[in-house]
Design a binder for this molecule. Structure first.
Ligand code: GLV
Ligand code: MN
Ligand code: MN
Length: 412
């Protein structure tokens, strides 16, 4: 089998997709079910159809593009990722796994492979939490990690429900139809940029993920008392933003003092009401993202934050309510797929190293219903979720090559 990746076409397609965006280049913004996301989906479907793949779309907009195997009834081998992008993002997060997956399939077709198991490219809906506040929406529903009832309660910041938004995007079947039957996938492999610096620092071209860290997200609402910034004297104040500031520092401290460098906590959203320079903040909404490779340590940090919440609320005489958006367990990758990836690297004489994914991915949820593993490629300086995110065409092509080899070995 003479597998060859068409590196130039893959690079061109990544550039072309980056142009379907709501941000000024080189930044990419593609929020789920925005007009840009819908255009990008149509663009991708056209390319999959050109490659002879059979398209199916489910009720939440996950797109399945299948190269039917010689045993059409056998469980499929899946690959794929996402093309939605957070505001002011780069070109490669998710996209490398989708377009690299498509190119891997095309490379297998070109070299005359006839897999027994179908190979299916999956585009997951809303891996990013930007619009509905929770990441990996598509894979949560596919794996049954989120119930359709919970999904029906999701609303965006303009008050539009997921139900309304997906229907307007043309996805109207009941969400109950999204969950995949058990055994649907024989294996699932996701190609992705590392989003961290280790591969680059260690000059290793490929990372084989053995586990994915456990993410959680919480929303806090701090309610104090508003008033005139000149007239209300300091001893009388119950400033919601000052209480929120203390809470943010307590969150930072909980992560820093967890006993391991693997605990990370970020408050990336802070909405202040009423938001006027001469008005004491009466209400603040914070969103926390907290993760760890170790579930019990992450949960211990969450308990420390919970204790701080109560102490700060009492001390500052404000109310601080908390809502857990998600608190997911980590995923262990399947040893047999890790092994298939290692062998594919070895076959092409490529060095690789085993590693942990600190970012979450749809594979975290796919691991609940199928054996999974992930393949990482380096990205410059480890940058991701920013416009200067960059992966070289050589690294991307290497990733697609190893992915193709692995899909071929898993699909028989
Ligand atoms: C995925 O985008 C993540 O935030 O890990
Ligand atoms: Mn991302
Ligand atoms: Mn991603």
């Amino acid at each position: 089998m003479n597998l060859e990746i068409d590196r130039d076409r893959l690079t061109e397609q990544i550039e072309e997709l980056a142009g379907i965006s709501d941000a000024e280049p080189p930044a990419v913004t593609r929020i789920v079910f925005s007009p840009a996301d819908l255009r990008a989906r149509a663009w991708l479907i056209a390319r999959c159809e050109k490659a002879g793949l059979a398209i199916r779309q489910d009720a939440v907009g996950n797109i399945f593009a299948r190269w039917v195997g010689s045993d059409a009834n056998a469980a499929a081998v899946g690959t794929g990722s996402h093309i939605d992008a957070i505001p002011n993002a780069g070109k490669y997060d998710g996209v490398v796994g989708v377009l690299g997956g498509l190119e891997a399939i095309r490379a297998l077709q070109r070299c005359g492979a006839h897999p027994k198991h179908s190979i299916e490219l999956l585009l997951f809906t809303s891996e990013e939490p930007t619009r509905f506040g929770i990441g990996c929406l598509g894979s949560r529903l596919l794996s049954g990690t989120m119930t359709p009832d919970a999904a029906r309660k999701l609303i965006d910041k303009d008050g539009a429900s997921l139900e309304e938004v997906r229907r307007n995007a043309g996805y109207s079947a009941p969400l109950e139809e999204v969950k995949l039957p058990s055994g649907y996938y024989k294996a699932f492999v996701e190609l992705h940029i590392e989003q961290g610096p280790l591969l680059e620092q260690q000059k290793v071209p490929l990372g084989i993920v053995t586990s994915i860290a456990a993410p959680a997200s919480l929303r806090f609402t701090v309610e104090g008392a508003g008033g005139h910034a000149g007239a209300v004297l300091m001893p009388e104040r119950r400033d919601a933003l000052c209480a929120a500031a203390e809470l943010i520092l307590a969150i930072e401290n909980a992560a820093k003092s967890s006993g391991a460098i693997d605990t990370v906590a970020t408050v990336g959203i802070c909405d202040v009401f009423p938001g006027a320079v001469n008005s004491i903040p009466s209400r603040v909404r914070l969103t926390l993202d907290i993760r760890d490779t170790d579930l019990s340590r992450r949960d211990a940090a969450m308990r420390a934050i919970e204790a701080a919440r109560q102490t700060i609320a009492a001390k500052r005489q404000v109310a601080i309510s908390e809502e857990i958006v998600n608190a997911d367990a980590p995923a262990q990758c399947a040893p047999e797929i890790v092994e298939a990836l290692l062998q594919a690297c070895a076959k092409h004489g490529l060095a690789s190293m085993k590693m942990v994914s600190r970012a979450y991915h749809d594979s975290l949820f796919m691991s609940r219903i199928a054996p999974v593993a992930m393949l990482f490629i380096p990205c410059r300086n480890g940058y991701s979720h920013r416009p200067d995110e960059y992966a070289s065409p050589e690294d991307i092509a290497r990733g697609a090559l190893v992915l193709a080899e692995t899909l071929a070995s898993l699909a028989g």
